[in-house]
Ligand binder design. Structure first.
Ligand code: GCV
Length: 677
């Protein structure tokens, strides 16, 4: 039996709670424009007005005007904004003109995003003294990648690294019969600015490979649901498709028959789905096929698909997650952190214009704390997208509260060339999140994890937004409220739980940037300090009785620090300058090493683990304080409460494993005499 198709609680509306439409829905609203997305806006306006007593008007007398800049006959109030709005088809200008709130968009997508911006603002959009605002997305490509399998896969289940139930697209090996929820998803994505989705796992199994050819109708049906919200559908494809699906003897990217196969197959995709977005490819990575088998480069591989897509306006997202996953743990010369840069930096300038290199934000694999990937600073002549994980594979698997926007903001703010230089947000034209949604009635397993997806979209639109302010927006759009808004007490409680939750999670898990102290056998949940230490995965911490950490310096280690431009190559190389939170990522140090904070590494481990676990108790207490109020839906209250119980249990387990492990290794007691086993 598949779980319910539509979220069956009030919280299922996520950040489009009906009450959030009050300010728009009480107005007299005129919409000027045509086309599919404008129709979507018109329908949204009518729905809001029907609920709150406003009216949708066609002519003058409106107190809200929404218009496309290209509309020939704009009312005078909108006419004044026409030129300013023309700047960007996804952008819009908002202003008070002649006592009317006027939004003029550069194109239909801009009108849709502008409409949801008004919903976000609520009443303040109508205050008399509101100054003019101009908005446009910082990133062109704002994409969510689903690691959804059509059929349940024996090892990974249906959604690989999914913690929110089954896929919203696929059930029992087929497309879901009722796609209402997909439509609702498209609406949510548009409301936070996302414009692209890929609908299947980057690990492409046999069933999923066929989406490209004989199951194209399924993909077209999904595109039909998402199109009204300006979200374009993409497919993850197997590099071996010409062999697996086309019966060719090779998938060599320079082979003429292979090129013809991709060109013809892609043409047929566009005949069926004219606005298809393009492909996502994981090649030569963790067992997926790729161009290395033919002695070709990844530029050859990416360009093969880019050429097939180019005549139709599509793009290929080519992932840079390429490393040797059969490493010998005894081999100290190989460093997984180096792999993406070693493979891709020499190829800069060789990729087609419609090939986008999709780079995980850190050099290893979505750990709680990693430095920013040096690939992002090494490829000025390549289109880049940064990939982050909204799904919480290594950050608590949606059983722990872990608000990730502060981490992502740090990544986007990083200045690889030092203070005053460009930020990651300036060099990347795209931001991609691995999805955290499923068919769970709250969408994301942990109800509060919805905020991560919302924040992802908002940061892709504007990487300068403050994570706390984004969270505040999310609270305002999500929780039920009356005409006077969200109760202050609820707002405060949610902030207290979430604002610092990433740092809290970091404090009770792997210390100081070392990463991967999780169990390979337990799907990466919970502590297993040596779980990966003697494996083939290249993720080691090298703890012994004297010290811990990975020497990645060029002086004595793997040389990874040299992949960064100055000043960071020097900062990371230097034991004195390396930031504390990344110390063990870059250096192997004795437990007695004194951090910038003034404490030793071993005492830091003890202190942060005690404090982190204590903090989870406080989080749970804060939530329990609202137990007997009507501030949240009882169903939501109960789910969050149950997950907080698990977070407290798990944080204590982490604390005790980590502290005991390092006490036994080092023999150094806790300076404060706390309980270590
Ligand atoms: C989809 C990590 C995950 C894998 C994932 C891989 C990737 O290794 O554990 O499940 O595979 O990243 O990003 O391709």
């Amino acid at each position: 039996m598949s779980p319910p198709l539509l979220p069956n609680t009030a919280f299922g509306a996520a950040w489009l709670a009906p009450e959030a439409f009050r300010a728009v829905g009480t107005r007299r609203v005129a919409v000027f424009g045509d086309g599919r997305l404008t129709e979507t806006v018109r329908r949204e306006v009518e729905q809001a007005c029907a609920r709150f007593g406003g009216v949708s008007v066609v002519e003058d007398g409106a107190d809200l005007i929404l218009a496309l800049h290209s509309w020939p006959e704009l009312p005078a109030a909108a006419e004044a904004l026409r030129d300013a709005a023309a700047a960007d088809p996804e952008g819009f200008v908002l202003s008070r003109q002649r006592e009317v709130t006027v939004l003029v968009a550069g194109g239909p997508a801009g009108l849709l995003y502008g409409f949801f911006h008004l919903v976000r603002l609520g009443e303040v959009a109508f205050s008399a003294d509101r100054p003019m605002e101009q908005h446009r997305p910082a990133m062109r490509r704002r994409m969510v990648d689903h690691w959804d399998n059509v059929a349940v896969h024996d090892v990974m289940g249906q959604v690989e690294r999914g913690y929110s139930g089954g896929s919203i697209f696929w059930a029992d090996g087929s497309l879901r019969k009722d796609l209402t929820r997909v439509r609702a998803y498209g609406r949510l994505l548009a409301a936070c600015g996302v414009n692209a989705v890929s609908v299947n796992n980057v690990n492409v199994h046999a069933v999923e490979a066929r989406l490209l050819t004989d199951r194209l109708d399924d993909v077209a049906a999904l595109a039909d649901q998402l199109r009204p919200y300006g979200v374009r559908v993409h497919l993850s494809v197997s590099f071996a498709s010409p062999m697996v699906l086309g019966g060719l003897p090779t998938a060599d990217p320079l082979d003429a028959a292979v090129r013809d196969w991709w060109a013809g197959t892609t043409r047929r995709v566009y005949e069926r789905i004219p606005d298809f977005g393009g492909y996502v490819v994981k090649a030569d990575s963790e067992g997926q096929p790729g161009p290395f088998a033919y002695g070709r480069s990844h530029a050859d591989g990416a360009n093969l698909l880019a050429d097939a897509l180019a005549p139709h306006g599509g793009v290929v997202h080519w992932r840079a997650f390429v490393y040797n996953h059969h490493q010998d743990w005894r081999d100290r010369s190989t460093d997984r952190a180096r792999a993406a840069h070693d493979h891709f930096a020499p190829l800069d300038g060789q990729f087609r214009d419609n090939a986008i290199l999709q780079v995980k934000h850190g050099p290893i694999d979505f750990q709680t704390r990693e430095p920013v990937s040096p690939v992002l600073a090494a490829m000025p002549r390549t289109r880049l997208a940064v990939e982050v994980q909204a799904t919480q594979e290594y950050t608590g698997q949606q059983r722990h509260v872990c608000y990730l926007a502060p981490m992502w903001r740090e990544v986007l703010d990083f200045q690889p060339w030092g203070p005053g230089g460009a930020r990651i947000a300036d060099v990347a034209g795209g931001l991609v999140a691995v999805s955290n949604v499923g068919d769970d009635r709250f969408w994301t397993g942990h109800p509060l994890a919805q905020a991560n997806l919302y924040a992802f979209g908002r940061l892709a639109w504007d990487p300068g937004l403050d994570p706390t302010a984004i969270l505040d927006e999310w609270i305002g759009l999500t929780f039920p409220r009356d005409a006077s808004g969200i109760p202050e007490r609820l707002r405060r409680t949610v902030h207290e739980l979430m604002d610092d939750s990433w740092r809290t999670y970091e404090s009770y898990t792997a210390p100081l940037g070392v990463g991967f102290m999780v169990s390979p056998g337990n799907h990466h949940y919970g502590p297993d300090v040596d779980g990966y230490e003697y494996t083939r995965w290249g993720t080691y911490h090298f703890a012994d009785r004297d010290g811990i950490g990975v020497d990645r310096t060029w002086a004595t280690g793997t040389g990874f620090t040299a992949q960064y431009p100055k000043p960071w190559s020097g900062i990371y190389e230097s034991l004195d300058q390396c930031p504390d939170e990344l110390l063990l990522f870059f250096h192997h140090v004795p437990y007695s090493h004194v951090l910038h904070s003034g404490t030793t590494v071993i005492q830091h481990i003890y202190d942060t683990h005690f404090a982190g676990a204590d903090r989870t108790h406080e989080m749970r207490s804060r939530w329990r304080e609202i137990a007997d109020t009507d501030l949240v839906d009882p169903d939501v209250y109960a789910r969050v409460a149950e997950r907080l119980d698990e977070q407290v249990r798990s944080a204590e387990e982490w604390r005790d494993h980590i502290n005991t492990y390092f006490f036994r290794k080092s023999g150094v007691p806790d300076a404060h005499g706390r309980k270590i086993y």
